[in-house]
Design a protein around this ligand. Structure first.
Ligand SMILES: [Zn+2]
Length: 293
């Protein structure tokens, strides 16, 4: 029998409640990533270890997990799946969109706040801003407030790149963005940019707590209630654009760190799955990088 973890729920604050193992990034993302991957999933930080699942923490009670389910299912059906099939153009949404995106970033943010505090390197003003933001999001997620103040959710759909700037050449952008998932919080004291960034296999979520100077976001913002969001014709000028480059660089570094045994295992898996490879989305993503001019 699985062990029971009892504690305080991070969302509703009920004490001595059984906590569930919550995914930081919704589980439909890792499920899909596993489905399309050749062989085992490897994590960027530890490329030689096989990870069977995405990051999970004992965070929420059963009731709060259920609270997040409705909007999560809607996002999976209306946005994530069509996008992965290459069929996403736009979606008309209501409150569920902002609720879902806020729930993803909040889970990531509260975990990051704990880490930043432990590490002790964060500027006190930045830590305060992040903590205040987490509290505002929590109130909204519990239904105690109707909006999230000045916090903004932006969605960016990573599309096929026809050409890339010189400095990005050599980085496997498609593979590292479309073929991966991850989430973390950025605090740039000098630029004044504070945000939580989540990559759901090419669907990029930026929850922005404060903007730096000269930021420009076009056709990416999600309304608190109703709206339409479309892929294509989205433009972003922001220090946060660096995060995509960072992802690609981490991916390259992880690959360089693979040891001989792991490389052999990958080679064996590819050999065994030869017949499946031509149709695999992972390979198509790899090809996209090779085809870049
Ligand atoms: Zn709860």
């Amino acid at each position: 029998m699985a062990k029971k973890i009892v504690g305080t729920c991070a969302l509703c604050d009920i004490e001595d409640v059984e906590l569930e193992l919550s995914h930081i990034i919704p589980k439909f993302v890792i499920r899909h990533l596993k489905r399309i991957s050749i062989g085992k999933i490897r994590t960027i930080g530890e490329p030689n270890a096989v990870s069977q699942d995405s990051e999970k923490h004992y965070l929420l009670c059963g009731e709060c997990e259920d609270r997040f389910n409705v909007s999560e299912t809607l996002f999976a059906e209306k946005v994530f799946r069509p996008f992965q099939l290459g069929k996403f153009t736009s979606v008309e949404y209501s409150e569920w969109m902002n609720y879902f995106l806020t729930s993803v970033s909040w889970r990531s943010l509260i975990r990051d706040i704990d880490y930043f505090e432990e590490e002790g390197k964060i500027h006190p003003d930045d830590l305060n801003l992040l903590k205040t933001s987490a509290d505002i999001m929590k109130e909204y997620l519990m239904g105690k407030s109707e909006d999230v103040g000045s916090i903004q959710n932006h969605l960016f759909f990573f599309e096929d790149l026809v050409s890339i700037p010189e400095e990005y050449k050599g980085l496997k952008l498609h593979m590292s963005v479309l073929g991966s998932q991850g989430s973390y919080t950025v605090h740039n004291h000098t630029a004044g940019t504070h945000a939580t960034f989540t990559n759901m296999m090419g669907i990029l979520l930026f929850t922005i707590y404060s903007f730096g100077d000269e930021e420009k976001w076009e056709n990416t913002q999600i309304n608190i209630d109703n709206g339409i969001i479309s892929a294509g014709d989205q433009h972003v000028t922001s220090t946060l654009g660096m995060e995509i480059q960072f992802l690609a660089e981490s991916f390259e570094k992880a690959k360089a760190k693979l040891n001989k045994k792991t490389k052999d295992n990958i080679a064996t898996t590819i050999e065994k799955n030869k017949d499946k490879i031509p149709g695999s989305r992972m390979l198509k993503i790899m090809l996209k990088d090779l085809n870049l001019k």
